[in-house]
Design a binder for this molecule. Structure first.
Ligand code: MRU
Length: 342
């Protein structure tokens, strides 16, 4: 399985997703500030993977603490720095909340013991994510039929998680059942997660792939060349409104117009039950340079104004089902997702 992120001898090692597929480079993070930078700069990305990285970041931060330090204050700095990295991914905050809870429940312990508990919790978050994704795959594979062409947007694969993937986990699980599937991959401007990461992952596993640019999806759908769409999610509101990579909304509307099912695959840790609908989901805006440059080459007038929102929100009405580790939720999502709540 792809080594997205690992804890190794009090270091965090992650595959640098900025340079894939040209280079397979591993980045070593020795402290929590390096982890925060890796998340911010998208060396590691994808909501569940960001959550795992943040948990390991907290563990690294607490390992630095000495007996004479103000432990609670130090933890506060660590949580704030890591929480400031990427605002949309719910899993980031979910993981930080989990780490904080372990701290609160164990702060009476000796410092060495407390450190061990936090390292262990981060490892648990990492290991559980893979298991969760396999369950998502198990439930979701029944929605995919032999011979289908499945369109996906961005990368919701092993690289975006601790392993196996969410949307790509469903595709993997269906393919492991012997179903012959072809995955149509949107290139996903501007960061090219589809072209660079999804194509790389699927190609390594010999799952047939065809790459298209983002503006080709409607044409293919209208010609009957797409059977269904499946994507991951960064944050899902109580009613099923789903934030995912910019461009997902357009794909969902196109799927609706063409009578195709649009599925979201995500762990329950992506659901923000505190939000009634998607309007309150914070949408990250990223550096305009990401739009202006491709592979170091400026593709526009250098000082042109650019807008670069990283995510959009797909209204629940366009979503046929949300596949979680507890099963497949159908509309109405408010009621059906709530029944999966831990
Ligand atoms: O900006 P990114 O690359 O972190 O965005 C990733 C996505 O939008 C994914 O689809 C989402 O996080 C789900 S990953 C299992």
């Amino acid at each position: 399985m792809l080594p997205t992120i690992t804890w190794d001898d009090d270091k965090v090692i992650l595959i640098d997703q900025r340079v894939l597929p040209a280079d397979e480079v591993y980045l070593e993070c020795l402290d929590y500030l390096q982890v925060a930078e890796a998340i911010e700069d998208m060396a590691i990305r994808g909501a569940p993977a960001i959550g795992v990285a943040a948990a390991y970041g907290v563990a690294l931060g607490v390992l630095e603490v000495e007996e004479s330090d103000d432990l609670a204050q130090k933890l506060d700095h660590i949580l704030t720095r890591l929480g400031d990295t990427r605002p949309t991914a719910r899993n980031l905050f979910w993981a930080l909340e989990r780490m904080k809870k372990i701290f609160d429940n164990n702060k009476h312990l000796a410092l060495t013991e407390l450190k061990q508990r936090l390292v262990q919790e981060a490892k648990n978050i990492d290991n559980e994510d893979v298991e969760t994704n396999k369950k998502i795959g198990f439930w979701g594979r029944e929605l995919i039929q032999d011979g289908q062409n499945i369109l996906t947007h961005c990368n919701a694969g092993a690289l975006a998680t601790a392993g196996y993937g969410t949307a790509l986990g469903v595709i993997r699980a269906a393919s492991e059942q012997g179903k012959k599937i072809r995955v149509v991959v949107d290139e996903t401007r501007p960061f090219l997660q589809g072209a660079r990461l999804t194509c790389w992952e699927l190609d390594r596993e010999a799952i047939p792939v065809i790459l298209i640019t983002d503006n080709m999806a409607g044409y293919l759908m209208k010609k009957g060349q797409i059977s269904a769409v499946i994507t991951g999610a960064d944050r899902i509101a109580q009613n099923g409104d789903t934030a995912n990579k910019i461009g997902t909304y357009s794909v969902a509307v196109l799927a609706h117009e063409n009578g195709l099912p649009f599925y979201v695959a995500a762990p329950l840790s992506t659901i923000d039950f505190s939000l009634t609908d998607g309007d309150a989901i914070p949408i990250e805006e990223r550096d305009p340079e990401e739009v202006k440059y491709i592979g170091g080459q400026c593709i526009t007038v250098p000082d042109i104004e650019v807008y670069n929102p990283a995510f959009d929100v797909t209204p629940a009405k366009y979503i046929a089902a949300i596949i979680t580790e507890k099963g497949v939720a159908n509309p109405p999502f408010g009621q059906n997702l709530a029944s999966f709540k831990e």
